[in-house]
Design a binder for this molecule. Structure first.
Ligand code: ASP
Length: 304
């Protein structure tokens, strides 16, 4: 049995390749990293990796993480510049006993030391989107909209789980802003003995609920992945509305150690799944009356 789940339709090609690797018996670390890297390398996906959307100063700063459920080792990078694959750097850092989470200049310096290529991450599309938005926003620059993280969770035939994330974070974010995606327990978590989860949505809200860890914890207490994901997202959504008057978009994908998956969301959300019994397919989840309704969609359909 193997299984792979990822956030957003943009992950479809990556999931197809990752699934092929898992099918061939390749380990989940390589398969999940490859799945994320395919999304990172595609310039038309403006919320991840190469061609990601810049911060308010026009600089592309990326976040990413990688967690090995077998050892609980994790690596994470925040606000790193000029690195095409934050997930690769995060995976390399996950091998360290110390210094496994680096940000900004330090992350870039370490990438250089490790021999990773430094590149200009901007594209015509990312530049023009930035200039257009800057003009629209006139004086008041605020981070909002146009963000999505690729979050991937996989299980291989030996029963190992991995969770990984990669994102350019919120468009027009402040210089140095770090979201949930490289924060263990919030944007990602993986434990071979229980399950794994990865999140997308507004990091400032996801972090308030330590969402990925909370979902793994609920699975440990006996909830199915679907129940755990729904419960964690809806409880956080309700709490935020009650305590601060609103909740931003929050979505999560998760899987238990048997390869059963679940999805929680407080907004319309597309995701991709493949497993040993099913080819890669895109699904669309919508919250309604305290439940999440999931339907299969064609990859050509106009869902994000
Ligand atoms: N969670 C990401 C962040 O806050 C953005 C997203 O997934 O949409 O940086």
């Amino acid at each position: 049995m193997w299984s792979l789940i990822a956030t957003w339709k943009m992950a479809y090609d990556g999931v197809c390749q990752g699934a092929e690797m898992l099918k061939q018996g390749i380990n989940v670390k390589d398969a999940v990293e490859k799945t994320v890297q395919i999304v990172e390398a595609e310039p038309s996906f403006t919320s991840v990796g190469f061609g990601g959307l810049p911060n308010e100063e026009g600089t592309i700063q990326l976040d990413g993480a990688f967690m090995d459920g077998a050892t609980l080792r994790f690596g994470a990078v925040g606000a790193v510049e000029n690195i095409a694959s934050p997930v690769h750097l995060a995976r390399l850092l996950s091998e360290n006993e110390f210094n496994c989470q680096l940000v900004g200049k330090g992350a870039k310096k370490e990438a250089q030391r490790l021999g990773l290529q430094q590149i200009d991450l901007s594209t015509e599309l990312s530049n023009s989107t930035y200039l257009k938005r800057k003009e629209e926003m006139n004086q008041e620059l605020r981070s909002y909209n146009d963000h999505d993280t690729v979050g991937v969770v996989g299980l291989d035939q030996s029963g190992h789980l991995v969770a990984a994330t990669s994102t350019s974070g919120l468009f027009m974010k402040k210089d140095g802003r770090v979201g949930d995606s490289p924060i263990i327990g919030s944007g990602f978590y993986a434990d071979d003995e229980i399950g794994a989860a990865a999140a997308t949505g507004v990091g400032e809200d996801i972090m308030k609920g330590c969402l990925s860890y909370e979902i793994v914890r609920l699975m440990k207490e006996g909830d199915s992945p679907q129940k755990a994901a729904e419960k964690a997202v809806f409880e956080l959504d309700e709490k935020l509305k009650r305590r601060i008057g609103k909740a931003h978009s929050i979505s999560v994908v998760c899987m238990n150690r048997f390869g059963e998956w679940g999805v929680g969301t407080n907004c319309p959300f597309a995701f991709v799944i493949a497993d040993s019994n099913h080819e890669a397919k895109v699904y669309y989840a919508e919250p309604k009356n305290g439940n999440v309704f999931i339907r299969e969609v064609q990859k050509e359909d106009r869902v994000d």
